[in-house]
Each structure stands twice: as structure tokens, then as C-alpha cells.
Design a protein around this ligand. Structure first.
Ligand code: BTN
Length: 266
């Protein structure tokens, strides 16, 4: 089942969500949004589904979400950005979601590089970005966002690492309010960064992510890097001091050692 909502609902953002394709069930909102983007759907077009039968996570994983309890949606962006700055986009998306969630639930949110979002040290949201590049410039990007909103039961393999807004706050959250807040926040961040340069997201993101100076491990496929985080590079990579040298890492699963201070943001 598919519908097109137009014009946008009261209170939603001017461009992001001005066109929303809503599905009861779909394989993956990212897959659908990629097809739409290839057919010249305009920037800000959103695909949202109650249920994904093949929801995709980062690094080839599956994204599991109980139907009807969460938010699973994708937004099409067409940023005017050289391809080497593409890795700044996950940071902008994480900041936009963090600001919106904080405004709705009045709790501190942490960002975990590159684009996970945590409450009390547990993940409640993830972002999967898929894009197309031509002539060294970004053609389009599909930003896929999965947020655990009202889900209270998680599979055993996620227990202890996953949470939801409902679990963190103890109260059910209105998904529509949250959805509109996120679209508005993302659009506000996006417009500001498009005007000022996407590198301006770095201090914003770091204010949600006290990771500099921390010892981490970064799992990349079969290998694991150990080191100390020295900062975020101008292109969004993690600057890691490891084995007496600095290297910039653009992908992987970060585990912060001695985790406890990461749970609190000033
Ligand atoms: C991750 O943390 O691994 C990223 C998860 C991204 C999940 C969202 S749900 C909506 C969109 N459609 C997908 O198939 N994946 C993303």
C-alpha cells in the first residue's frame, strides 16, 4: 500500500517531508528512496514504513524493528558537496536527530561515531546512508533512519546494548510528533551547514560525543585497531593514534574502553 501525502501536515518542515510516501510494509525504505532518487525525486522526499521485511543496517547487518512501534524512514538529499566531504553527512544527521530527540524527551543524547545515537550508553537509533557520486560530486544521498521509539522487547543478541525512547523515559512517545521534530531539525541543520560549509558540523557533533582522548577499539571486517582518539578529521574520519602513528579511519565499529564517562554529556 502506498500513498502520497501532499500538502505537508501542519507543523512539518517546509521541504523535508513536503512529500512523504507511506507504506504499511516494504522491503527497505532505503531501497525505495534510492529508486525515487534515481527518478529525480526532489530533495526532502521521505519514504516511511510501519514494517520493513529487509531493513538494512550498517556493515551489511539487518535492522530489526517491531512493526508499529518505531520509526523507520529515509530522506533523499541532494547536497552540493564534493565527494570527499561525504563522510561529514552522517555527523550532520546524528546532530539533527540528537537535537530533535532531546527537545522531545528532555534527556541528554550522545552520538557515537559515525552515526549511532545513545541514551544512557545504549543505542536507540542508527543511520544508514547510501549515495551516488558522479564527477567527484555527490549526486544524491539516501539517509535511512531507524529509531527505537516504543519498542520494549529486543532480541537476546541486542539485550544490554539496545534501548528505546520509551524504555529510557518510562513513557510512550508520540511517533508523529517525533517524526516531525526530526524532519524540522534535520532541515534546519542542513540549511545552516549548506550555507556555512559542512565542516562546521564538527564542533556541533563533538558536543554530543565526548570521544576525544578516549581509548577505543575499532573493528573493521576481520581486523581490530586499538588506539586513542585524537579528534575528527575535516572530512569526518576518526583520527586515531595507534602504534605511535596517527591514522584516519572512515569505517568500523567503535568500542570505547572504560565506558563510564561517555554516558554523561555536560
Ligand atoms: C545501523 O545502525 O546499522 C543503521 C540502521 C539504519 C536502519 C534504517 S531503518 C530505515 C532505513 N531503511 C533501511 O533499510 N535501513 C534504514
Amino acid at each position: 500500500m502506498s500513498t502520497t501525502r501532499e500538502p505537508r501536515r501542519e507543523g512539518s518542515s517546509p521541504r523535508f517531508g513536503s512529500k512523504v510516501y507511506t507504506f504499511q510494509t516494504i522491503d527497505s525504505t532505503n531501497n525505495c528512496a534510492r529508486v525515487l532518487a534515481g527518478c529525480w525525486a526532489e530533495e526532502g522526499t521521505v519514504v516511511i514504513a510501519e514494517e520493513q521485511t529487509a531493513g538494512k543496517g550498517r556493515l551489511g547487518r539487518t535492522w530489526l524493528a517491531t512493526p508499529g512501534e518505531n520509526l523507520t524512514f529515509s530522506i533523499i538529499l541532494r547536497p552540493d558537496l564534493p565527494s570527499e566531504e561525504m563522510n561529514l553527512l552522517p555527523l550532520f544527521v546524528a546532530v539533527g536527530i540528537a537535537a530533535a530527540v532531546e527537545s522531545v524527551i528532555s534527556m541528554k543524547v550522545q552520538c557515537k561515531w559515525p552515526n549511532d545515537l545513545l541514551l544512557n550508553g545504549k543505542k536507540f537509533a542508527g543511520v544508514l546512508m547510501e549515495g551516488a557520486v558522479s564527477n567527484n560530486a555527490v549526486d544524491f544521498v539516501v539517509v535511512g533512519i531507524g529509531i527505537n521509539v516504543n519498542q520494549t522487547l529486543f532480541p537476546p543478541e541486542l539485550a544490554g546494548r539496545a534501548t528505546s525512547l520509551r524504555l529510557a523515559t518510562g513513557a510512550p512517545i508520540d511517533r508523529d510528533t517525533l517524526f516531525r521534530a526530526i524532519l524540522l531539525s534535520l532541515e534546519t541543520e542542513y540549511d545552516a551547514l549548506s550555507a556555512s560549509g559542512f565542516h562546521q558540523v564538527l564542533p556541533r557533533w563533538l558536543s554530543y560525543a565526548p570521544i576525544v582522548g578516549r581509548q577505543v577499539t575499532i573493528a573493521q571486517g576481520g581486523s581490530v585497531l586499538h588506539g586513542t582518539v585524537k579528534g575528527i578529521s575535516k572530512h569526518g574520519g576518526l583520527i586515531l593514534e595507534t602504534g605511535g602513528e596517527q591514522r584516519v579511519v572512515f569505517a568500523g565499529d567503535v568500542t570505547i574502553l572504560n565506558m563510564e564517562p561517555y554516558a554523561a554529556r555536560n
